[in-house]
Design a protein around this ligand. Sequence first.
Ligand code: XLS
Ligand code: NI
Ligand code: NI
Length: 439
Amino acid sequence: MSQEHFPNIGKIAFEGPKSKNALAFRHYNADEKVGKKSMKEHLRFAVAYWHAMKNTLADPFGAGTAIRPWDDGSRSVENAKRVADACFEFMGKLGVEFYCFHDRDVAPEMPTLAESNAALDAVADHLAKLQKQTGIKLLWGTACLFAHPRYCQGAATSPNADVFAYAAAQVKQAMDVTKRLGGTGYTFWGGREGYATLLNTDMKREVEHLATLLHMAVDYKKKIGFKGQFYIEPKPREPSTHQYDSDAAACLNFLREYDLLEHFQLNIETNHATLAGHTVQHELAVSAAANALGSIDANAGDELIGWDTDQFPVNIYMTTHIMVQVLKMGGFKTGGLNFDAKVRRESFEPEDLFHAHIGGMDAFARGLKIAHRLLETGAIEDFVKARYSSFDSGIGKKIDKRKTSFTELEAHVLGLKQQPMVASGRQEMIENILNDFIA
Ligand code: XLS
Ligand code: NI
Ligand code: NI
């Protein structure tokens, strides 16, 4: 790292809740233990290369505003390497130990696949060097199968077979690079794997093609000996009108239907959950129940805007709910909290990247501590357990074990001395308990 790209900012330190320094952590204290693990082991933060480094902050109504002195916008390997230097300096100063990228974030798209592959290989050499120097690791890699005009009608679900082949070739190279960089995972997000109108779409054929591409990815993974975890990232729409991976339940059904479930876990993103009409905790709970919660794209949406605004997560209730789910499944194995989030168009200075990530990291540190205390005291868990206790013995246990029948249940009810009455759900009491922990 020759030149300093954030010369006015030093290493971000933990200064505690009373600090008035905007460029310090108030809650995230990397090595502090929460239960058996340190905060950094629990949280496994990652920087999303596409947002932190390559997002110009353009929106549908105006040009980009981002000031990024290290990026001259040229499609050269030299520029890509300088952006990588800036990214690693940023992560080092922030104390984030992982990053995630698309092939086309780290290296430019060139006129031919061969040239694009060569550029990616050259940048990957540089990334390998930076990883070695800093100890920063790749959480997951992916291929950008949605930006280039060739993918305007889908990649694996394109009606054009050559486009499908191009997508497969790009995934192949992105997997090779991810493996080479020791990535602990590889993500499939298909922003254009869906349709704009059913009138021109053979949905069944398209979904089958998507499964075919994923099966080939599984085969290729075996072939090259890539040990990372595959993730599917659900999202209901945007840019497509309907995306086939619309939510966690739809993804799980798709994976089961096409015999892919054992090879994939889910990467759940908050803003995608809300676009699907769910809470993020719902999506996490659905994935965890299927033993398929792998990783999280940590961001937040804005109810008033209603699209994928990819904001930084600062809501302590939300980070608490997320960390409750993560702790309940025993923590991340290969995954982590990837800040798939961008600063607002109004926050165009390099320094804003720090404020944004510091805020997200502090919000998750608080969520982690609150979730840990909540689970440790059993305040809510014990209530939930008691709520279902009629299934722990007697006829309830028989139902649980599928050891009964309609006939026996009818006889059971006929023998009851009074009408059954369920206990209060106590929603308001539970909400108050949660508030006590957040305070
Ligand atoms: C877009 C997605 C994307 C994936 C990676 O909405 O969140 O950023 O995480 O392709
Ligand atoms: Ni994402
Ligand atoms: Ni997203």
